[in-house]
Design a protein around this ligand. Structure first.
Ligand code: TMP
Ligand code: ASP
Length: 253
């Protein structure tokens, strides 16, 4: 079957879905970092992120967070609602790491006084610059109501995921969310979109502070595949038939 490719990103492809208003989200093994300067493959990442993101989106839906997720279709694909992606990345931080540690001279690993939310413009040519609410509303990338919805959802998601990950021995250091506008009979709702996975979260082992996320790839720490597998295993979503399928990605057109 030949499907229309709607969009290709660094880690995912979006295809036209089976019904109007749906898309198929395909998870690749490709990984990039530092705004595309570093590229590589993390074998089995697509399969694992598909499962991990499915699990987290379903748990979030259970507590009333609206999401684009409909259902997982197969090892690498999930059915999602078609939304208009808001071109802002919402980053929520609990512990200092990555760019905030560098920018503000904070020691990595210190607990922040409270969760800190930051906004970044999705623009590869500019290297996803940090922006403020002022920029976002002045340029109409989102209005104040959209921003308020995104902030409230982000904080609820953070509270819930902090507890969920802590329950499996992982600290949710920080993570990135994307939201979309979903239109239903002239009514617009902001819903959680994209994915939540070790590509988009920093996850540290509670006991050892070992990095269990994409920082292993970014910083060449080794054991990248194993870290993604361990996150999936702890969440109870490691594919049952082992990783046979994981290591042999199916070709798509
Ligand atoms: P940062 O410390 O590099 O700003 O990243 C903060 C969090 O956001 C971290 O969990 C990784 C995630 N992130 C993405 O998912 N995509 C991105 O393009 C960037 C820059 C960060
Ligand atoms: N900057 C993103 C990251 O490090 C990925 C990218 O820009 O290609 O996660």
């Amino acid at each position: 079957m030949r499907r229309r490719r709607i969009y290709e990103g660094k880690a995912k492809v979006l295809f036209e879905g089976p019904q109007p208003g749906t898309l198929v989200q395909y998870f690749k093994d490709d990984a990039t970092a530092f705004n595309n300067k570093k590229r590589g493959t993390i074998t089995g990442k697509g399969v694992l992120n598909n499962r991990i993101s499915e699990h987290l989106m379903l748990r979030l839906a259970e507590i009333g967070i609206p999401t684009h997720f409909v259902r997982r279709l197969n090892m690498r694909e999930q059915l999602v609602r078609e939304v208009e992606i808001i071109q802002i990345e919402v980053v929520i931080r609990n512990i200092a790491a990555g760019s905030i540690a560098k920018r503000l001279g904070l020691e990595e690993g210190i607990q922040l006084p409270r969760p800190i939310v930051e906004y970044y413009l999705k623009n590869d040519d500019l290297g996803d610059p940090m922006v403020t609410e002022e920029h976002i509303t002045a340029f109409n990338w989102a209005n104040t109501q959209d921003l308020d919805d995104m902030l409230q959802l982000a904080l609820r998601i953070n509270d819930f995921l902090l507890g969920l990950f802590l329950g499996v021995g992982l600290k949710l250091v920080d993570f990135k969310l994307e939201f979309g506008r979903l239109w239903e009979d002239d009514e617009m709702r902001i819903v959680l979109a994209d994915e939540i996975s070790p590509d988009t979260c920093r996850l540290w082992d509670v006991k050892t502070n070992e990095r269990m996320d994409k920082d292993r790839f970014r910083q060449d720490l080794g054991g990248v595949e194993e870290a993604y597998q361990e996150v999936a295993r702890r969440l109870g979503v490691l594919p049952e038939n082992g990783l046979a399928e994981v290591t042999r990605p199916k070709l798509v057109q």
